[in-house]
Every structure is written in structure tokens, then in C-alpha cells.
Ligand binder design. Structure first.
Ligand SMILES: [Zn+2]
Length: 579
């Protein structure tokens, strides 16, 4: 048994104090802190926040030798218990690390709990000590019977898969799939509609349990209880999936207010996030890439399958909100069109396949910069569109992606899978030709046949003009104080050909000062060449910009229910969207 005593020691300096106790240490006992957290594919080097590391056995101080950026060896004598203590700086508001201030505390084990060499499969216990008055603890880790704040995990993997939320929390409970669910909210304003949040989340959970396991009293999710831990802030969004919980971050304005009408955009976004992370309890936490059968916490864990585990989860997140009756078909198509237009405005899709984008997530998608849209494509967004294309193709063949997901769940018994198994499941449901097509979509860079497939499901594709900046190939940040700043210039666009660069500040068009680029439409036509005055490194330059009338960047899609479609197309849409 390994024990970690965790104390919110200095809330104002954002310091947790951790004391690790292990019996019978090795003579040269290796200790390390993970460099990443599963679910978020970036080397974060959590050890950079550790300080004051000390070790002792009884009254003897044990020498600690640091051997790399996140690893130490303790020179122990005899079998007396080893005590290791240290501080961890906790001031990361995301869901991926740890946080502590006067209001709340949050941590993932990957940020706070040293991994003990050779003892990974021992039981691990966490005891929360010195809890400030009025603070509560929320976690899906099993509480030790008869204790106030001691929790136990079967091994290190489980220990770091149950985040902890500490503070004065709003709490609510419901049951779904015959299993207790808890929802806690930190940082909320008083008087938000908690009842509605619980009721809507419950509908999403019931829909997903039924999706994987059918309806009926014997349909049970693969966890005995589940926790949603939401932290609400002024601005921010994120979620991280775990085996029996999720840590969520969302703006306060996304919480439902009493009497709020259905279809509120920020609230629908929160429901989509809830749905996404809950779906992961099956798709990536259990059904998972073969490469994740065992995690290596010391380095990147590469897989070519994030298009499936993130992309297909993204496809199902809003679809499950729709199936739960919380989103209408028209609004669902508007969200789908947004994803389509995002991918269409990403030139990187023509040079980087989904499999490559998955593999290089660690150094490309997660370390995005001004050139990211030119060299990679989001495996979330394009992965979701691939799921859409696959679902509509399977439906045309008399099956569905739902059936393929369930077949994979059954055949893997909710465990690791590889690409071959995915292709096999598609072949069984939709034929060899479709499996081959999916392979091309994932490993190639050709466009997905979305228009044909959508029209075959009674969805009309209408083409409309994009905003001015998008049509020129510019991604901007515009504000009254900052002016017009260029964030990215898309390759092969009018702006790229004119010589505009990321970092430029756009000042004037044809001699007229602008505060937003759209203002130029007041004195020049959208399609006419114009003189652009900009500042670069404090020097002024004038460039001539020639709009490219044939650029696909000038067009975006709008999707609509097509009531005049053929009868089979309408039937396919009903089976897919319920109307
Ligand atoms: Zn995800």
C-alpha cells in the first residue's frame, strides 16, 4: 500500500504539500512524475512545479539523486518505511494539471503523485489533510469506509484517473442506467438552474447508456458511479475524460438560468461538452488504441487512431444531445455546417492525413501556432466529418455507424483495438468497398464526398459567401484597443500572394483607416484589388491585394432539411436525425 497525504498547504501561494509513504522501499528506489496526462497529448513536464523534495527513513535523511527532468533515485537502507515530501505549485486553471487558491483546489494525480518504480500495481491511497473549513471533496475514487477523506485506487493507473475537486461546491445527483451520477459545480453564480442542468445531463446519460447497451433493467454502463466536476470561469472551455468521471471547464454564462428558452447557444455548447466527455467513458477510456493498453508516463504515447477516438466522439457528442431531445435537427445541421466550414478553411487537410495528424498531435495540434492551419488538420473536426461520411455510407448500405460502434465494443469486450479491427467491423457492416474507402479517407488527403452523402440523406447543401477576411485567407483578431492583428495567413490565398504575414497589424485600405477589416466594404468592393497599409515590426508597408475570385475560401456551406428529397432519402434522414 502506497499512501499520499495531500494538503492544500498554502492557498495564497498556490502550493499543495504532498507526503508519500511506502513500506519496504528498494535499496535504490526509483521515483518519477509523469510528463503527460492521458487524454491530453502534450508533454507538460509536471515535475517543473515540484520543489523542496526530501526523503527520510525514520530519523535518517535519505539521499535523493535526480537522474533526469522528472526522475529521482532514493538511496534507502533496510526495509523501514520511506517518507518522501515535497511541494507542488498549483496555478493551472485548465483540467489537465492542478490548481489551488482561496476559493478552490483541483488536482490530477499525474501532477501530484510520484510514481514508485516496481510498485505500480500496488493499491494506492490518497488522504486529503488540513482541508479548509467549509470545503468539500468530490472525486470518483472509492472512499475508504469509515474515513472522512481517504480514498483508494487499485493501482497507479487508477490513481491518476480520478481527479479531485475541492472547495465549497454546488452538488446534485441523479441516476442513469441504474447507476448513481453526481454533478458538482465550482465558481457558479447563485441561482443558476441546477435542476435543469441535472435533468438534461441525465437525458444525455440515459441516451448514451442505451446507445451502447440497449434499454432495459439489465443495461448497465461499465462503471458503478460517475462524477461530472465542472469549474465555471469568466472565459475558458475544456474537458478531460476519465474512467468514472470528467473534469469540465466552461464559462459561467453557459449555465442554464431559470426560465431560459431552449436552444440557448452557450448552454448547448456546455451540453455538447458534457456529452463528449461522457461518450469517452466508452470510447477511449475502455475501447481504446492498442498503443494505450499500458501507458508510459515518461514520454509521448503515439497512436494513429485519434481520428477515431476523438473524431468519432466529436461526431456523437452533438448527435447524442439531439437524440436526447435537447437539440432540434435544424440547429444540429447548423453545428455540422460549422465543422464542415472549419475543415474547408484548413489548407493543412491537403498535406496531412488524419492518421498523420493523430500521430503528430503531440507536436502539431497541441502546439499550435500561426502556421498550424497550413500543415495539419484537426483530427476532432475532420475525424467527426469522416464519422459522418461513414455513417451516411453505412446507412445507404442498410446499416449504421451505431451498429459498428456496438460491434467493436462487443468484439473487443470494451478493450484495446487497432485500425485493422475498425476496418473489419466496417467491412462486416458495409462491405469491403466501404472499408477500403475509409482507409483512403484516413490515410489520404482527398476531399470527403460529403455533398453527395448529405443529399442522399435529404439534407440540402447551399453555398454562401464567407466573411471578407476568411475569403482572403486571413485569420484575424480584431478589437477596439488592439486594432486588426493577423493571426494566420492561409497558404495559396489572396493574402498570402500579396505578402501579408502573421503578426502584421492592418491599418488602412485604399488610404482609409480601418478598425475592423469589414469596414473596407464601405469604400471598396469586395472583389476589387486594393492597397493595404500595414505595420510590421513598427515599419509601415503598402501591399496590393488582389482578391482571388475562384478561391474555395470565399465559399462556405449552409445545410438545410430538404423536404422535397426522394422518399428513400427522407427515410434515411428520419433514421439518422429522427425527422
Ligand atoms: Zn475528447
Amino acid at each position: 500500500m502506497l499512501r499520499y497525504r495531500i494538503e492544500p498547504a498554502d492557498r495564497h501561494s498556490h502550493q499543495f504539500r504532498v507526503t508519500l509513504t511506502l513500506s519496504q522501499p528498494a535499496a535504490e528506489q526509483g521515483l518519477s512524475l509523469p510528463v503527460w496526462i492521458p487524454g491530453s497529448y502534450l508533454v507538460r513536464e509536471f515535475a517543473r512545479h515540484v520543489s523542496g523534495l526530501q526523503a527520510r527513513q525514520g530519523s535518517r535523511e535519505v539521499p535523493l539523486l535526480q537522474v533526469d527532468k522528472s526522475r529521482w533515485v532514493a538511496r534507502c537502507r533496510g526495509s523501514a518505511a520511506l517518507h518522501v515530501s515535497y511541494q507542488v505549485y498549483a496555478f493551472d486553471t485548465s483540467v489537465r494539471a492542478c490548481y489551488l487558491d482561496g476559493q478552490r483546489g483541483f488536482f490530477n494525480g499525474t501532477s501530484l503523485c510520484l510514481l514508485v518504480d516496481g510498485r505500480e500495481t500496488d493499491a494506492h491511497r490518497i488522504e486529503i489533510g488540513s482541508l479548509p473549513r467549509g470545503w468539500q471533496v468530490a472525486t470518483a475514487m472509492q472512499r475508504v469506509r469509515g474515513t472522512a477523506h481517504a480514498y483508494e485506487a487499485a493501482d497507479y493507473d487508477e490513481l491518476v484517473d480520478h481527479p479531485f475537486e475541492l472547495g465549497n461546491l454546488w452538488r446534485g445527483t441523479f441516476e442513469a442506467g441504474g447507476v448513481p451520477h453526481e454533478f458538482v459545480v465550482a465558481g457558479a453564480y447563485v441561482g443558476f438552474d441546477g435542476k435543469r442542468l441535472l435533468a438534461d445531463t441525465q437525458r444525455i446519460c440515459e441516451t448514451q447508456v442505451a446507445f451502447w447497451h440497449g434499454r432495459g433493467t439489465r443495461a448497465r454502463p461499465p462503471f458503478g458511479r460517475y462524477l461530472f466536476a465542472l469549474n465555471t470561469v469568466e472565459d475558458g472551455r475544456g474537458g478531460l475524460e476519465h474512467r468514472a468521471s470528467t473534469a469540465l471547464l466552461a464559462p459561467r454564462r453557459s449555465l442554464p438560468r431559470p426560465g431560459m428558452a431552449a436552444g440557448h447557444e452557450a448552454y448547448l455548447d456546455l451540453l455538447g461538452l458534457i456529452s463528449h466527455e461522457y461518450f469517452h467513458a466508452w470510447n477511449v477510456k475502455r475501447l481504446r488504441p492498442a498503443e494505450f493498453a499500458r501507458f508510459d508516463y515518461a514520454r509521448e504515447n503515439f497512436t494513429r487512431l485519434l481520428w477515431f477516438f476523438e473524431g468519432f466522439t466529436s461526431y456523437y457528442d452533438d448527435l447524442m444531445v439531439l437524440r436526447a431531445g435537447l437539440l432540434d435537427a435544424g440547429s444540429y445541421l447548423a453545428l455540422l455546417a460549422k465543422t464542415i466550414n472549419t475543415v474547408r478553411a484548413t489548407p493543412g487537410r491537403r498535406v496531412h492525413s488524419l492518421a498523420q495528424a493523430s500521430f503528430e498531435a503531440w507536436t502539431k495540434f497541441y502546439r499550435g501556432d500561426e502556421n498550424t492551419p497550413n500543415i495539419t488538420v484537426s483530427y476532432y473536426a475532420k475525424g467527426a466529418l469522416t464519422a459522418l461520411a461513414l455513417d451516411l455510407s453505412l446507412r445507404a448500405a442498410g446499416s449504421s455507424l451505431d451498429a459498428v460502434m456496438r460491434a467493436l465494443w462487443r468484439s473487443s469486450r470494451g478493450g484495446p483495438i487497432d485500425e485493422e479491427q475498425i476496418l473489419q467491423a466496417v467491412e462486416s457492416a458495409g462491405g469491403r468497398g466501404l472499408a477500403r474507402e475509409l482507409h483512403h479517407w484516413v490515410h489520404g488527403t482527398a476531399e470527403l464526398p460529403l455533398q453527395r452523402l448529405l443529399e442522399g440523406a435529404a439534407v440540402a447543401v447551399q453555398v454562401e459567401a464567407t466573411p471578407l477576411a476568411a475569403g482572403l485567407g486571413l485569420r484575424l483578431s480584431e478589437g477596439p484597443l488592439t486594432g486588426v492583428q493577423v493571426k494566420s495567413v492561409l497558404i495559396d490565398s489572396a493574402a498570402a500572394r500579396a505578402g501579408v504575414s502573421a503578426g502584421d497589424e492592418l491599418l488602412a485600405v485604399d488610404g482609409w483607416r480601418i478598425r475592423r477589416l469589414d469596414e473596407m466594404l464601405q469604400w471598396t468592393a469586395r472583389d476589387r484589388p486594393f492597397q493595404l497599409l500595414l505595420a510590421r515590426d513598427r515599419r509601415l508597408q503598402t501591399l496590393r491585394v488582389e482578391p482571388d475570385l475562384r478561391s474555395p475560401l470565399r465559399q462556405q456551406w449552409r445545410l438545410a432539411l430538404d423536404q422535397r428529397a426522394s422518399r428513400p432519402a427522407l427515410a434515411r434522414r428520419r433514421a439518422w436525425l429522427g425527422r
